[in-house]
Write a protein that binds this ligand. Structure first.
Ligand SMILES: Cc1cc2nc3c(=O)[nH]c(=O)nc-3n(C[C@H](O)[C@H](O)[C@H](O)COP(=O)(O)OP(=O)(O)OC[C@H]3O[C@@H](n4cnc5c(N)ncnc54)[C@H](O)[C@@H]3O)c2cc1C
Length: 473
């Protein structure tokens, strides 16, 4: 990939994208794809592109530092994969590994995705199972709620405790009792709104998907596959999509360039001043940055939006991957991974059973388990040394999987201010930020602070932002 750190910057371009994570790279790629003559420049602070998305190959193991994959059934990355011609390189998770588990009181049980799954779930009492059926009659509500309150109202408190709390904790590092269902899981809320029942809606959507698959002459997707079949890229992990974007963008991407100030020069020109003293003028600026960096840059122009973004809380999250000799485990960990209830894996938020779902990512005689740890419930965990943190995680994993030996491989990466937390009320605030930005000619924002934190969410927003930038007179 030709991305030179020290080559001189152009003085003026049509569009500057600040931030070379998957959001910024997608915006830039889409701009150039749809308008090949457009001059576009991506400024990235770090010496590598990708931001949170990336994979490291170490001692025969492949470890994703951020997302380990994406749900290919949803739009977002799927569109980007088509644009980049990466379809042949997609690697689906193994079929044996379709379920997600929850760890509660030392027991692993599947997260239910169907009515039958709820009614046979070992974590729910007969009364709790009966209460799940309340979802069929409880009327929809339009006011914003926390994930926990939403689940209590529709399915009962047992389901909320058993599944909603660990799901939010394991996926985002946050707390189901404060994060918003509308902002965090808008597709679940949409099912309630549209079908008056989440279970009816999910079943109906599955049958629609199944009918469409049949019409296309494809294989019938299983219920689980419909909901959550994960994909990554063969031979590379998630790094592949970043490398492909970087290769297509070539010298339009400049590394080691930190945007420090954003000034309005005149009605059609923004000036981006960099930490190294250089500056670039552009008609359009797309800020595809973490919230704090966006807040700093827009503060002189949109002080209210800047205050909102500066106030978003992001817990630290630690990624620890441990490799074990296969013979030290009685069996390979099953499922995609588990979501830990608070108290069960005190530090573990969730695991990904990497060697189960993507066997090529570990040596044949090894088991690789990637954990996310820390989050808002253990804020001090990010400060431990690698040896201390790995020892804690090993102890917790050894209890769950009855591991008889020490890890033979350790990978550790700490993400400070990792994932933005969308509290109740945040979606409205994010809408106001987006409206303020839309009313400012030449200014655009993308990233994980507005319309969801998943890579699919980020890519969907980035494609839409590119569309708006192209349509701007
Ligand atoms: C540990 C972890 C696991 C995750 N797992 C999943 C998962 O399994 N599935 C899923 O869908 N999502 C997952 N996510 C969420 C998802 O990965 C992120 O929300 C997404 O990658 C964010 O991409 P982005 O481009 O918006 O932001 P970032 O990746 O944060 O990119 C922003 C970029 O801006 C650069 N930058 C910052 N300041 C400046 C500046 N002043 N000037 C220039 N550049 C600057 C940064 O260096 C960075 O490269 C995970 C997140 C984490 C942290």
């Amino acid at each position: 990939m030709r991305t030179e750190v020290s080559s001189p910057l152009p003085q003026r371009v049509e569009t500057v994208v600040v931030g070379g994570g998957i959001s910024g790279l997608t915006v830039a790629h889409e701009l150039v794809r749809r308008d090949p003559t457009r001059s576009v420049l991506v400024l990235e602070k770090e010496p590598r592109i990708g931001g949170i998305v990336g994979s490291r190959d170490v001692s025969g193991y492949r470890v994703d530092t951020g997302p380990h994959g994406f749900v290919h059934g949803e739009t977002g990355v799927r569109t980007l994969v088509d644009h980049l011609g990466l379809g042949e390189e997609l690697l689906p998770a193994t079929e044996e590994a379709e379920e997600i588990l929850v760890l509660r009181e030392g027991r692993l049980a599947p997260v239910p995705t169907t009515v039958r799954g709820f009614l046979t779930n070992p974590l729910l009492s007969p009364m709790a199972k009966l209460r799940v059926l309340g979802d069929l009659v409880v009327p929809p509500r339009s006011t914003e709620e926390t994930v926990f309150d939403f689940c209590v109202r529709r399915f009962g408190v047992s389901v909320a405790r058993a599944f909603a709390v660990p799901a939010v904790r394991g996926v985002t590092g946050g707390d189901a009792r404060s994060l918003s269902i509308d902002a965090k899981f808008p597709s679940v809320r949409a099912l309630e709104k549209r079908y008056r029942s989440v279970l009816v809606g999910a079943t109906w959507e599955y049958w629609k998907y199944r009918r469409a698959a049949l019409r296309r002459g494809g294989n019938l997707p299983s219920v689980r596959e419909f909901g959550m079949r994960l994909h990554t890229f063969r031979g590379h992990g998630m790094q592949r999509i970043i490398d492909a974007l970087g290769a297509d963008l070539g010298e339009r991407v400049r590394l080691g360039r930190t945007a420090e100030r954003l000034d309005r020069v005149d009605g059609r020109t923004w000036r981006i001043a960099l930490a190294d003293g250089q500056a670039v003028d552009a008609r359009q600026v797309v800020l595809a940055l973490p919230t704090a960096a966006t807040a700093d840059l827009i503060e002189p122009h949109l002080p209210e939006a800047a205050t909102t973004l500066a106030g978003v809380h992001h817990p630290d999250v630690r990624v620890i991957a441990l490799g074990y000799r296969r013979r030290d485990l009685p069996a390979d960990p099953r499922g995609i991974g588990f979501l830990a209830s608070p108290g069960d894996g005190a530090s573990i938020l969730g695991t990904i059973h990497t060697s189960t779902i993507f066997p090529e990512q570990a040596p044949a005689d090894r088991v690789l388990i990637r954990t996310l740890a820390g989050g808002s419930s253990s804020p001090g965990f990010a400060a431990l040394s690698t040896a201390e943190a790995a020892a804690v995680i090993h102890r917790e994993l050894a209890r769950v999987f009855r591991i008889g030996g020490e890890p033979v491989f350790t990978f550790d990466h700490v993400w400070r201010r990792a994932i933005p937390e969308y509290h109740v009320g945040y979606r409205e605030q994010a809408d106001r930020v987006l409206a303020d930005v839309a009313a400012t000619p030449g200014l655009h924002v993308a990233g994980n602070a507005y319309r969801g934190v998943g890579v699919n969410d980020c890519v969907r927003l980035a494609l839409a932002v590119a569309g708006s930038a192209l349509a701007e007179p």
